[in-house]
Design a protein around this ligand. Structure first.
Ligand code: GAL
Length: 640
């Protein structure tokens, strides 16, 4: 879909005097950019009065961009409905769990379910696509903007109506719903679908099956909402790509991508991970990998290029080198297009503090100079990144349904992210996959705390292990059915024969106690919850060191299948150590260096404010180097 490396920025011609447009676009070109994103959020300008469309300013910007050889991605403006629309149809507004209705005044105050809103979205999208379908430099569309970014739930009347329809489709009869949810518990039985609502303010814990279904429903409402726009764009511009910028809660991005997009994109703001002066930029790798799990090649539709803020916060200013570092990090994890947010900082509005490449003035600064350096480099080496990509040997297998169940039953926080980051710190890169994916390209599959699974997944894991692959399952696996109810079987239920073990006893970890597991001569502390395992054909490779479980099995191995009977957020490097018994893991050059092999080349990213001693020949700067400076990046021929 993308065959030239796309590099550019987000540009808002409507925020500036019209006279500046040509100069701005020339400047954008002179930064070395070949692509801009425009248009999201300006519905009130495009349709000042219902049905009267005016795209003149945006058209002019698209035409001027074309003269300069700049491609355009247009955003549909549906994340910011105009006042006349919400005044005329208050039912399109979203509500919080207490029933408080969100009003006009910022953005994303609409729900995803109102039939009326879906009709308006279809109309504005149709008008926009029909208007722009003849412009040859419009290469793609971004649907809406960051679904669920400010609020990821809605509890309006329109949502209640849509939830009932969704439930009726799923369960057919209300008796079946009662059965599957176990509503007999605490007298929650319903006599008809019309009695069911989205979750509401309630005195204590809800029925977990109700809330899990609500999360599945919320995601489906987003997919359905996106599909309305996809359909319109495909009708008039089948040649253009369709994407959307993630990554937020309560969305099954796999489903969204498969049903509505050509590829998923991501907005990368690594400064959100800066804490107490510690540069934790490499944490951004987690969401980059999640995005890759949906689309192996993707775009960054917003890459941080300045200190960002929204009135009540202001993130630290990227230090010299950091924008370049973050750009190459995005590329290393799969991006084949990067747009910086934003060209210039707005003088007014809720994001006056969201600094882009240029500050409120339009003077050149070190950030714009750094971006010129990046575009010059990409002009030479961008083609490598289109051809070569990261190919992890490890995969983490999970899915949206399981993640939703874990979110509802959240006493044991998911350590999936920590496992990913622990691996990343050792430069063991992982893909995120789901049970229906192809396992054969991996050597290790980690299945963390998968509460619900079916026999198809179990058999697939068994085949994978029999063919030499390594499987690592962990605590609280195989314990639930697809309705989020417990199965009447000893844990790990469906995985019992595969793992050759069972759970004899379990406990949460009291605050006054510590527990750890001894594995291969090293002690790993346990967090929050652990299980005493019983051998049923497996061997024990890790034993608890304290208390009631002292010397009892905590990690077992059955052929190539491990079972880790605990959570280990603070010792997630256990997974690195387990894995390194099976695949070659090179000792990192430095703990600060994220190293990523992409076919014939290797990127080394220094996320720290310290110099890293290391030498070689850098293909980015085309010169030999004997150290990597703070926040520096080098590109090497692989094997060096
Ligand atoms: C993104 C959003 C942009 C802008 C930016 C800076 O989340 O898509 O519209 O708000 O953050 O806050």
């Amino acid at each position: 879909m993308i065959n030239t490396f796309l590099i550019g920025c987000c540009y808002y011609p409507e925020h500036w005097e019209k006279e500046l447009m040509i100069e701005d676009l020339e400047r954008i070109r002179s930064l070395g950019f070949n692509c801009i994103r425009m248009g999201e959020f300006s519905w009130s300008m495009y349709e000042k009065e219902e049905g009267k469309y005016d795209f003149s300013l945006l058209s002019q910007a698209v035409e001027e961009a074309e003269k300069l050889g700049i491609s355009v991605i247009l955003g549909t403006p549906t994340a910011a409905p105009p006042k006349w629309l919400t005044d005329k149809h208050p039912e399109v507004l979203c509500s919080d769990i207490k029933g408080v209705v969100m009003q006009h005044g910022s953005r994303q105050h609409h729900n995803h379910t109102s039939e009326i809103y879906l009709r308006y979205c279809a109309s504005i999208t149709e008008a926009m696509v029909r208007h722009f379908c003849g412009f040859s430099n419009v290469i793609g569309w971004q649907i809406d903007n960051e679904f669920n970014c400010h609020r990821n739930e809605s509890h309006s009347e329109a949502d209640d109506r849509a939830f009932r329809v969704w439930l009726e489709k799923k369960y057919q009869t209300v008796e079946h719903l009662n059965e599957c949810w176990g509503t007999r518990f605490w007298s929650l039985e319903f006599n008809s679908f019309s009695e069911v609502t989205c979750p509401r303010a309630i005195p204590t814990q809800p029925n977990p099956s109700w809330v899990t279904d609500y999360y599945l429903f919320l995601s489906d409402t987003v997919v359905n909402y996106a599909a309305v726009q996809t359909k319109m764009i495909r009708k008039y511009m089948p040649q253009a790509f369709i994407t959307h910028n993630g990554w937020f809660d309560n969305i099954d991005y796999r489903k969204l991508t498969e049903e509505c997009l050509d590829f998923l994109s991501f907005d990368s703001y690594p400064a959100f991970f800066e804490r107490n002066g510690l540069a934790l930029g490499r944490n951004a790798a987690y969401k980059l990998a999640l995005t890759r799990g949906c689309s192996s090649r993707y775009m960054i539709l917003e890459q941080q290029s300045g200190p960002g803020g929204q009135l009540f916060y202001l993130l630290p200013t990227p230090l010299p080198g950091q924008i370049r570092l973050w750009t190459y990090q995005s590329i290393a994890h799969g991006a084949v297009g990067v747009l910086y947010f934003r060209y210039r900082t707005a003088l007014y509005g809720a994001e006056q503090l969201w600094y882009g490449i240029y500050d409120h003035d339009r003077e050149e600064n070190y950030r714009s100079c750094e971006i010129r350096q990046i575009t010059e480099e990409l002009g030479r080496v961008g083609k490598w990144f289109l051809k070569n990509q990261i190919t992890p040997q490890v995969a983490i297998c999970t899915d949206y349904h399981n993640a939703s169940v874990n979110k509802v039953e959240s006493f044991a926080p998911d350590d999936c992210k920590e496992i990913f980051l622990a691996l990343n710190r050792k430069n063991i890169h992982a893909d995120f996959i789901c049970p229906r994916d192809d396992f054969s390209k991996y050597k290790v599959i980690i299945v963390p705390h998968l509460a619900m699974a079916d026999t198809a997944l179990r058999d697939k894991l068994e085949d994978f292990a029999q063919n030499g692959g390594v499987v690592i399952l962990s605590a609280r696996s195989g314990i639930k059915d697809l309705n989020a109810c417990y199965v009447p079987k000893k844990a790990p239920g469906i995985f019992r024969t595969l793992t050759g073990c069972s759970v004899n006893w379990f406990t949460t970890l009291p605050a006054y106690e510590t527990q750890s597991v001894l594995f291969d001569g090293k002690e790993y502390p346990v967090d929050c919850y652990y299980e005493m395992l019983a051998e049923e054909g497996c061997e024990t490779v890790g034993r608890y060191t304290n208390g009631f479980c002292k010397d009892q099995p905590g990690i077992t191995k059955n052929g190539n299948v491990y079972y880790v009977g605990f959570y280990c957020k603070s010792a997630a490097d256990l997974y690195c150590d387990l894995i390194s018994q099976h695949i070659d893991v090179k000792e990192p050059i430095s703990p600060d260096l994220e190293e990523i092999v992409m076919g014939e080349v290797r990127l080394c990213l220094n996320h720290s404010n310290k110099m890293v001693e290391f030498s070689g020949y850098d293909l980015l700067k085309e010169e030999a180097f004997d150290h990597i400076p703070p926040y520096g990046v080098v590109l090497l021929k692989n094997k060096e």
